[in-house]
Write a protein that binds this ligand. Structure first.
Ligand code: SAH
Length: 281
């Protein structure tokens, strides 16, 4: 038998969205990849360690919480030279506030193939926890994912006050410690102090999730009372609380008078025809 060691053809690095916390919200694809991973680097401060529960015996598992971006890239490159499947497990979806590109660039430079598996973002998990719709016909059809300025400066034109002037749904990440700045910006943008606001702490973590409903003027004190100061999604939206509304404008898509590719109208169309586009059908 030859004792020459043939170098391992570099494996792939998969950036996998682990979802918001509940391990059942990992995608089937992400779980299957974990089940055959040779190495996993997970974001310790945020990703529920349970997400690594499907890793095979012998899998090298490391926590990135004390690593710099450079150290993370070096670790992933080294592991890719030893294993076919290497995973960077990230909270929520990797495309949102995940330093994806900063880590992909050194992998590209090292000739390591990269793929991304999307995950359930905490914005989606928070809306689900509170049974809220982020869009409603004729209320708002737009969702803005943003944050307020902390140590990361906001690009020009993206201050919360400017974005809030659109009166669309705002899902505000990374800002719970700056909640006072959030509410001040909303008021400055013309929102009523009585407008509803939602904060969801640890959405989908069955034993720790907290859903806090209030208004722009009450939410800060409520979060203080509930001791919510981290891992929280702030949602401001004209759609909040719609579950209780008695005058809901219904989606044209399911309207009995509305014909589309899969269903003919069963009743006559009302005098003003629906104006909604049907290109998604
Ligand atoms: N890529 C992630 C976001 C990472 S930034 C995603 O798609 O969700 C981290 C921020 O996400 C936190 O400050 C918080 O605002 C939000 N977040 C992450 N997990 C959360 C959870 N389980 N519940 C509520 N907010 C969460």
């Amino acid at each position: 038998m030859s004792d020459v060691i043939t170098p391992h053809k570099p494996g792939q690095v998969w950036f996998v969205g682990a979802g918001p916390g509940d391990p059942d919200l990992l995608t089937v694809k992400g779980r299957d990849l974990i089940a055959r991973a040779g190495a996993i680097l997970f974001a310790g401060s945020l990703v529920n360690e349970a997400a690594t529960r499907w890793a095979p015996a012998g899998c090298v598992i490391a926590d990135s919480k004390d690593m710099t971006l450079e150290e993370m890239a070096t670790w992933l490159i080294a592991q890719a030279h030893q294993h076919d499947t290497v995973i960077r497990l990230q909270t929520g979806d990797p495309s949102l506030y995940g330093a994806l590109i900063e880590v992909v660039q050194p992998l590209d430079a090292a000739g390591i193939a990269v793929q991304v598996v999307p995950g359930v973002s905490s914005a989606m998990a928070s809306a689900a926890a509170a049974v809220e719709s982020l869009t409603l016909p004729e209320v708002t059809q737009t969702v803005i994912f943003t944050r307020v300025e902390g140590r990361t400066p906001m690009p020009e034109g993206e201050s919360l006050e400017e974005l809030a002037r659109h009166h669309t749904t705002l899902c505000i990440f990374l800002s719970i410690t700056l909640l006072g700045r959030v509410t001040t910006s909303l008021i400055a943008a013309g929102w009523s102090p009585d407008a509803p606001m939602l904060v969801v702490h640890k959405a989908s973590w069955s034993d720790q999730e907290k859903i806090i409903r209030g208004t722009i003027s009450t939410i800060q004190q409520q979060c203080r009372d509930e001791k919510v100061a981290s891992q929280a999604m702030i949602i401001a939206s004209p759609t909040l609380g719609a579950r209780q509304w008695t005058t809901l404008i219904k989606s044209k898509l399911y309207d009995a008078s509305f014909t589309h590719r899969f269903r003919r109208a069963s009743v006559a169309m009302p005098s003003s025809p629906p104006t909604h586009s049907t290109e998604i059908l």
